[in-house]
Design a binder for this molecule. Structure first.
Ligand code: AMP
Ligand code: MG
Length: 404
């Protein structure tokens, strides 16, 4: 109880007990943001057949060796293939076939010459004049050049975004197996908390953690479920924890996990039969932090201050929610940047400073660094890990940890 833990040790302990949820089937078209639970091999070649990259004519390149604008070469037009059709005949010396982008290349032809390099007149419809040469295989998209049948096109643990979904659809895949998305209950505890839309009574503040956390929970493909504000009493805390643990895979609470007189999350969870670890994780903002397990469900008890709740969510809860979805990439993306001001951490815990990293990679403090400060959180797009008792200087390279 109540040990000071290094961040990595806390992460390791949490991940050591988190397993991916079961897998489910979904259609590719509905799979955006889901994590793949089976390796996928292409069942087709892409393109499936040699086809034209242009509107033009299928020819034998050798026929046009002497073609130029001043010495056009005539070829006999023996047919036309629309995209989706197949030409039954064969291109032989002295002949050509009209094609469109995507039309299969007729047998016998070895290249396509684009329409702009040809001349055709209605008065002589059987003949096309060619005004330029062409190299063998020019303007032909070759069978399998994009994807070969049988190759691995998506791995287990890959998150399906635009590119992967397009590729799966392009190879004709309809249904795939993905991991189930965790349902994440969001609970805010605190008798001082007021719901948006109501007027503040003396001593009250508006509750903001559930709204903010629901954004970052959905951003990684988990499904947030928001519960009403819980006042600081043991029965109210127990009631909401029991209900949310029944309905969700994971429950994230904020507030009520310090050693204060009105902090009931830990005792309520234990009363429900849960096992918990209470840690002071050596990060700022952050400590205290609770990780609990009740059968296959788990609890993340975050500190109440909005910035502390957000940072501990990113560092400790987020990797677990990703692991539950079977994702292979659990860590925040690190973007290198250059500090444009000094950053000083006089404390003895790592400081995860909220920063703004711009498109040039220049990094500046997002503003007021207090753990209650919502204004800086509202403009921040990264965290910089400032080691204890360290001053980072303007001009140094840092890694901004991104949550987007
Ligand atoms: P606690 O962790 O409950 O001791 O709360 C620490 C600080 O965060 C107190 O100033 C609380 O008023 C504030 N706080 C707790 N929960 C929230 C919340 N959901 N939204 C905004 N502020 C909160
Ligand atoms: Mg509180």
């Amino acid at each position: 109880m109540n040990r000071m833990l290094e961040l990595e040790e806390a992460q390791r302990r949490i991940l050591s007990v988190i397993k991916p949820l079961e897998t489910v089937e979904t259609t590719v078209i509905e799979a955006a943001g889901r994590v793949l639970a089976e390796p996928i091999e292409s069942s087709v070649n892409l393109p499936p057949f040699d086809n034209s990259a242009m509107d033009g004519y299928a020819v034998i390149a050798d026929d046009l060796k002497s073609a130029s604008a001043t010495t056009p070469v005539p070829l006999r037009l023996i047919g036309k293939v629309a995209a989706g059709a197949v030409f039954r005949g064969e291109v032989s010396r002295g002949t050509c076939v009209r094609l469109f982008t995507g039309s299969p290349i007729p047998a016998g032809a070895d290249s396509v010459i684009m329409q702009e390099d040809t001349h055709w007149e209605e008065s002589d419809p059987e003949v096309v004049q060619f005004l330029d040469r062409v190299k063998p295989w020019e303007n032909i998209r070759i069978q399998g050049e994009d994807v070969r049948r049988g190759v691995l096109i998506a791995k287990v643990g890959a998150r399906l975004s635009f590119g992967k979904i397009s590729l799966l659809a392009g190879t004709g895949r309809e249904v795939i197996r993905v991991f189930r998305q965790p349902i994440v209950g969001l609970i805010a505890t605190g008798s001082e908390l007021c719901e948006a839309g109501q007027s503040l009574k003396p001593g009250q503040i508006y509750e903001s953690n559930r709204a903010g956390l629901s954004v970052v929970v959905s951003m990684i493909g988990a499904v947030p479920k928001i519960y009403p504000i819980v006042e600081d009493t043991p029965p109210a805390t127990e009631f909401m924890l029991r209900q949310s643990l029944q309905e969700c895979d994971v429950v994230i609470t904020s507030g009520g996990v310090s050693v204060g007189e009105f902090d009931y999350v830990k005792s309520a969870f234990q009363k429900l039969g849960g096992n918990l670890d209470f840690w002071r994780v050596a990060v700022r903002p952050g400590k205290p932090f609770v990780f609990g397990q009740l059968k296959e469900k788990c609890l993340f008890g975050l500190p109440g201050n909005p910035v502390s709740a957000f940072v501990t969510y990113l560092l400790l809860a987020r990797p677990a929610l990703l692991r539950m979805q079977g994702a292979s990439d659990l860590q925040l993306r690190k973007q290198p940047g250059v500090l444009r001001e000094n950053m000083n951490n006089r404390g003895d815990r790592r400081h995860f400073a909220r920063v703004v990293i711009d498109e040039l990679g220049e990094v500046r403090s997002a503003g007021l660094q207090g753990s209650h400060a919502l204004s800086s959180l509202s403009v921040a797009n990264g965290l910089v890990d400032v080691p204890p008792r360290t001053e980072l200087h303007s001009g140094e390279t840092v890694a901004a940890m991104r949550w987007d």
